[in-house]
Design a protein around this ligand. Structure first.
Ligand SMILES: [Mn+2]
Length: 320
């Protein structure tokens, strides 16, 4: 990448994910990676857990300023895909030449829960049908279910869940579509063939028992720290299928992601998570399907940093 001396006169505003070109019409989407904002936090177990995750997509777009510029100066012509970024540790560039698009945010309408979930599914499905890697940015973790429903054409799906929590309760006080039950709902989708949960450390016994009964692959945070992310991923994550990777940033240690809604001490480091992404198996169509739900509280410094540390592992999972 050449560093231009002239920054240009105007930069596009507001910022897109990594400064990628906007896609105004999903019917014409043509990009290897498609970002889909899902500003939804109605799946939160209120009032016990704080909300604000709906601010996630906008915060993630803003924080991407100091990670990767799709084109430089921002907004300049980028017919050859992303400029990428140089990793001095690996002595190589990542994401160079990869085409990306920011599809905007799914339209969320107040308390219309079922309609909102349906819209999320329809948008995710349109993106998947265009052959793009779906990168859904939440939002609370309950968006995993409507996003995964949109992945049906790519099935069967192997779900890989990075989270301090199992999210495997059948319900909370009768509520079945909260972030506390999303992995359970995913396990019930007919085209989901496996579940692997990595980084668990605050889990109810009933959830653990049900995960074992289901046959899920399970790695606690301590398993990852003691055995290393590569051993855990190679042992547990199925090979040869289509992966749907979901990262709850609370899988990381509390001081790294202080802005998240349910921070847990004793978690993974950025390097652990990135290492897990790096060694995940590649699937057919050259693709791993990712999405990530980022329960972040409010657009504070911690929130911004939370997004920052999740972005590199997410993308390294696929482009390495
Ligand atoms: Mn969690």
């Amino acid at each position: 990448m050449e560093l231009p001396a002239d920054p240009g006169l105007l930069w596009p505003s507001p910022r897109t994910f990594f400064g990628a070109p906007r896609c105004e019409d999903l019917e014409t989407l043509s990009a290897a990676v498609a970002f889909l904002g899902v500003p939804y936090d109605a799946g939160t177990l209120q009032p016990y857990i704080r909300t604000g995750q709906s601010a996630g997509p906008a915060a993630a777009r803003l924080s991407s300023y100091n990670q990767l510029d799709y084109a430089w100066p921002p907004g300049s012509s980028a017919s050859n895909g992303s400029l990428g970024w140089f990793d001095i540790e690996a002595k190589r560039e990542y994401l160079a030449g990869v085409t990306m698009a920011d599809c905007g945010d799914v339209a969320i309408a107040g308390a219309a829960i079922e309609q909102n979930l349906d819209r999320i599914t329809r948008a995710a499905r349109l993106v998947a049908e265009r052959g793009s890697l779906v990168v859904a940015v939440g939002g609370d973790h309950s968006i995993s279910v409507p996003v995964a429903r949109g992945m049906e054409p790519l099935g069967p799906i192997d779900v890989v869940h990075f989270d301090a929590h199992a999210d495997f309760t059948d319900h909370f006080f009768g509520a079945r579509y909260s972030h506390g039950s999303q992995l359970r709902r995913l396990s019930e989708l007919p085209f989901v063939r496996s579940i692997t949960a990595i980084g668990l450390r605050n889990v109810w016994k009933v959830e653990y028992d049900d995960l074992v009964t289901y046959g899920a692959g399970i790695a606690t945070t301590r398993d990852v720290l003691e055995s290393g992310p590569q051993e855990v991923v190679e042992r547990l994550v199925p090979k040869g299928g289509t992966l749907d990777v979901s990262i709850d940033i609370d899988v990381l240690d509390l001081p790294i992601v202080s802005g998240t809604t349910l921070p847990e001490p004793g978690g993974l480091s950025y390097r652990d998570l990135r290492g897990a992404g790096r060694c995940s198996p590649k699937g057919p169509r050259g693709g791993i399907r990712h999405r990530r739900a980022v329960p972040a509280a409010r657009p504070t410094g911690g929130h911004i940093k939370s997004h920052h540390v999740a972005d590199h592992p997410l993308l390294e999972c696929h482009f390495r």
